[in-house]
Design a protein around this ligand. Structure first.
Ligand code: SF4
Ligand code: SF4
Ligand code: FES
Length: 331
């Protein structure tokens, strides 16, 4: 393919600029190959994160011609021969150096997300799920934690101030996965997503879905169902009336009953022997989570309420993704 033109952002937290390079490109190569050749031949101190070169570790996330993408999955053949390919770091996270950003925001949010709550009275190893339930959450388990969706979401991309109150699409799919999990004993996943994870700040533009390299339907299959269930619980007039008529403890009792029915008392998997959900031996629960089901992290303040929508009530949906600015401010 010969020599091709590139602009690569060089700099650190104090500032930086796009630098011009000409690099040899061979047939079949991806952008990460070019970055490696640039390191090997011209810029040995160019910083770039990568591990698998197979689209599976999620570490080579970068912005290529303004689009958040995996460097190892972006073929050079997708660009015109005369086109200059611009490579910049993820914009939503602070730059450490060159193409490497500090993505610890995501690890903080991961720790804040309540972990799987095992059902009481069922020993690990005795958990049983129907195949249809496995398949429902399998899509979300494909996530490689590349954080391209987090980087793309306009709620935090241009609004640093929203970060404390917004967990982002990657963690909405985690909440949805656990909400759909038949054995998860925590029944308020959607309420938690709404009140503590900032689900209400998402205005379903689907930009996160557009950039997901695993083609997870983040918005259609996780966010929208969660939003619908929140609406059902909060605004359905029958549920509202029920709350007025019944005492809280009666409602909680009802929730417990439906949750028992959900998991099945003596469930069986098509033709297999029935599973005894109530073994006589008490089962130790995981000690790794605190009383609220969160992984402990002393330095993180996680008890905050969600902020109200920064978009107000007058937004026309859906917001056109083409109107969103994907370009790095340094360009
Ligand atoms: S649908 Fe849009 S607003 Fe909602 S999480 Fe995805 S990118 Fe963010
Ligand atoms: S949901 Fe998709 S885009 Fe988001 S972190 Fe997971 S794999 Fe990446
Ligand atoms: S190097 Fe692992 S996803 Fe690109």
């Amino acid at each position: 393919m010969g020599l091709r033109n590139f602009k690569v952002w060089r700099g650190d937290a104090a500032g930086g600029e796009l630098k011009d390079y000409q690099v040899d490109v061979n047939e079949g190569e991806v952008v990460l190959d070019v970055i490696h050749r640039l390191q090997a031949t011209q810029e040995p101190d160019l910083a770039c994160r990568w591990n698998c070169k197979a689209g599976k570790c999620g570490s080579c996330s970068m912005e290529i011609n303004g689009m958040p993408r995996l460097g190892c999955m972006t073929r050079m053949s997708t660009f015109e021969e005369a086109e200059t390919v611009t490579v910049t770091p993820l914009r939503a996270f602070p730059v450490i150096r060159d193409l490497v950003t500090d993505v610890s925001f995501n690890y903080t949010k991961a720790r804040e997300t309540p972990a799987f709550a095992p059902p009481a009275g069922v020993a690990p190893g005795d958990y049983r799920m129907q195949q249809i339930d496995v398949e429902r959450s399998q899509e979300f388990r494909k996530c490689i934690e590349c954080f391209l969706c987090q980087n793309t979401c306009h709620v935090v991309r241009d609004h640093e101030e929203n970060k404390p109150a917004f967990s982002g699409p990657r963690f909405f799919i985690r909440a949805a996965e656990l909400d759909m999990h038949p054995l998860d004993a925590k029944t308020d996943r959607k309420e938690y997503a709404q009140s503590a994870m900032g689900l209400g700040m998402c205005n379903i533009t689907k930009c996160c879905t557009e950039v997901c390299p695993e083609h997870i339907k983040i918005t259609d299959n996780a966010i929208i169902p969660m939003k619908e269930r929140v609406v059902d619980r909060r605004y359905d007039p029958l549920v509202w009336l029920g709350r007025k008529i019944f005492r809280r403890d009666q409602l909680e009792e009802g929730t417990a009953v439906s949750s028992t029915l959900h998991t099945g008392e003596t469930g069986s998997v098509d033709g297999a022997a029935p599973v005894n959900w109530h073994r006589g031996i008490p089962v130790a629960q995981s000690a790794s989570v605190d009383d609220e089901g969160k992984l402990p992290l002393n330095e993180v303040l996680s008890d905050r309420t969600g902020a109200s929508s920064p978009f107000g009530d007058d937004v026309t949906f859906p917001v056109d993704p083409k109107g969103l600015n994907y370009y790095h401010p340094g360009k």
